[in-house]
Design a protein around this ligand. Structure first.
Ligand code: KIV
Ligand code: ZN
Length: 513
């Protein structure tokens, strides 16, 4: 059976999804989880675009072991040098070079002819080879490129030292059979194709990203580029969980599999959704809330008689545990730590465990039963708030049928306490008005969503907000048994993200490729 490499680009292409910006700590946390999921390669960022992106790639390369860490570069020396610097501490580092090969891009974006792009590609690969022999070359907009030209580019970059050649469907234009034919064409026509792995990278504009990826696997592609929950530029990328579970469920058909530890899928999906604030649709394949929910009587009856009547996947295979009830008020630190480890949080420092345990104790006073989802939310809340400009010190709200809601809020702003009162149409409005006054933010609240993490009136409320300022969109998330506190924290989380991305060096971000 062939082993297909899984190249996860949640932290690079996934982050290009509007509002999905992550800070270094958040990226590191996801990277650690991706390592537990056992992906082969993590594309950790695009180092030339900002100091933050550079630092994220570097820290992941330095600290996350057992996987290949990759950074993206345009086909120019300064980008390549920056990636090389960022990944040099990795156990295994990869430089990923991209340049467009379609005539549309050559004419309107690059203003270059085919020969010039070919020469630049070869030059870039040779330049990168001085740093590592793990070089990936991407022919951007490959599916709208001339097939024979693509063959020439592939042959020449492989000759120059590229070990992986990626054939992206950058605009999500291709169809499954057509994409399969393109991969087959390359496999047959490029004389040195056996010296490199063919990779695929599909966007979901027409909803075919996963089908296209699988069609390419059937024709010989050896690496699939994908993201958790399918997040990414515009309509997103191929969803890792769908590609992986299809290969697992239909491994005989594909005669292929992956190294993914599928039991980590659910947890990884939840983590990415919480950190980015991008919620998963309930009917999403594999990890949506309804993926294993059987509503109709006939189906329920069938499932009770024999699971395989209506279920082709075992929820436990993706890490959804059968017994959900876990800890409570009387659980000790040992049981808590043990549960953290079962949930995959083995790499927390003692200080982080202590902080989380304190929070757990407070939560168990407010909430009778603590579920796995509560613990995951609590860890996400506690561990990802380093280096923040704003944090909530205290909040007091008075509201009711007879009076205008009033909020009194105290924030720590770069370590200094500041206090403000605000009124509004409702308690959340009052809190947000007070925060706006206190921080002076010019951002516009584009979206506010609230849902409960588990059942019951004492459930944690999870709030997601979306803010926009100067064409920047960020999402903020937080959870708390008190939905007003969760609302305040989510807003503050989004403001911290806006603050992070407005540092001058970030202005350059995502231009150019
Ligand atoms: O979609 C695309 O073409 C990309 C490349 C950088 C691989 O994301
Ligand atoms: Zn892409």
């Amino acid at each position: 059976m062939r082993i297909i490499k899984i190249f996860d680009t949640t932290l690079r292409d996934g982050e290009q999804c509007p509002g999905a910006t992550m800070n270094v700590e958040e990226k590191l946390k996801i990277a650690r989880q991706l390592a537990r999921l056992n992906v082969d390669i993590i594309e950790a960022g695009f180092p030339i675009t900002s100091q933050g992106d550079f630092e994220a790639v570097k820290r992941i390369a330095d600290e996350v072991k057992g996987i290949t860490v990759c950074g993206l570069a345009r086909a120019v020396d300064k980008d390549i040098d920056r990636v090389a610097e960022a990944v040099k501490g990795a156990e295994s580092g990869r430089i990923h070079i991209v340049i467009a090969t379609s005539d549309i891009h050559l004419k309107h974006k690059l203003n270059m002819d085919r020969e010039a792009v070919l020469a630049m590609s070869v030059r870039a690969v040779k330049h990168a080879r001085q740093y590592t022999d793990d070089i990936e070359f991407s022919a951007e907009d490959a599916t709208r490129s001339d097939w024979d030209y693509l063959c020439r580019v592939t042959e020449d970059v492989v000759k120059a030292g590229a070990t992986t050649v990626n054939i992206p469907d950058t605009v999500g234009y291709t169809l499954p059979h057509e994409y399969g034919e393109l991969i087959e064409y390359l496999m047959n026509k490029v004389p040195n194709i056996d010296k490199a792995v063919i990779s695929i990278h599909c966007h979901n504009d027409l909803g075919h990203a996963v089908a296209n990826s699988l069609s390419a696997v059937l024709k010989g592609a050896g690496q699939v580029e994908c993201t958790i929950n399918g997040i990414g530029e515009r309509a997103g990328n191929a969803a890792l969980e769908e590609v992986v579970m299809t290969l697992k469920t239909r491994s005989k058909y594909f005669d292929a599999g992956t190294r993914i530890n599928t039991r980590e899928i659910y947890k990884t999906s939840k983590m990415v959704s919480r950190i980015t604030g991008i919620t998963v649709q309930p009917n999403k394949a594999i990890i949506g809330d309804n993926a294993f929910a059987h509503e109709s009587g006939i189906h329920q009856d069938g499932i009770l008689k024999e699971r395989s009547t209506y279920e082709i996947l075992n929820p436990e295979d993706i890490g959804i545990s059968k017994s959900k009830l876990i800890l409570g008020k009387h659980s000790g630190r040992h049981a808590f730590k043990d549960r953290l480890s079962t949930l995959g949080f083995q790499s927390l420092t003692e200080e982080e465990v202590n902080k989380a345990f304190e929070r757990f104790k407070t939560l168990s006073d407010q909430k009778k039963h603590i579920f796995d989802e509560d613990i995951e939310a609590l860890i996400t809340n506690e561990i990802t708030k380093e280096n923040n400009t704003y944090s909530l010190s205290s909040l007091h709200v008075i509201t009711g049928t007879e009076q205008k809601p009033l909020a009194k809020i105290k924030l720590s702003v770069k370590g200094r306490e500041k206090e403000k009162e605000g009124t509004g149409d409702g308690p959340v409005d009052a809190v947000y008005n007070a925060i706006r006054e206190l921080t002076g933010t010019q951002s516009e609240l584009k979206k506010y969503e609230i849902k409960s993490i588990t059942g019951g009136t004492d459930a944690l409320g999870e709030v997601v907000v979306m803010l926009e300022e100067n064409d920047r969109v960020v999402r903020g998330t937080a959870s708390d048994p008190d939905i007003i506190v969760a609302s305040a924290k989510a807003y503050i989380n989004a403001l911290n993200k806006l603050d992070g991305i407005q540092r001058p060096e970030f202005k350059e971000l995502k231009q150019g490729v």
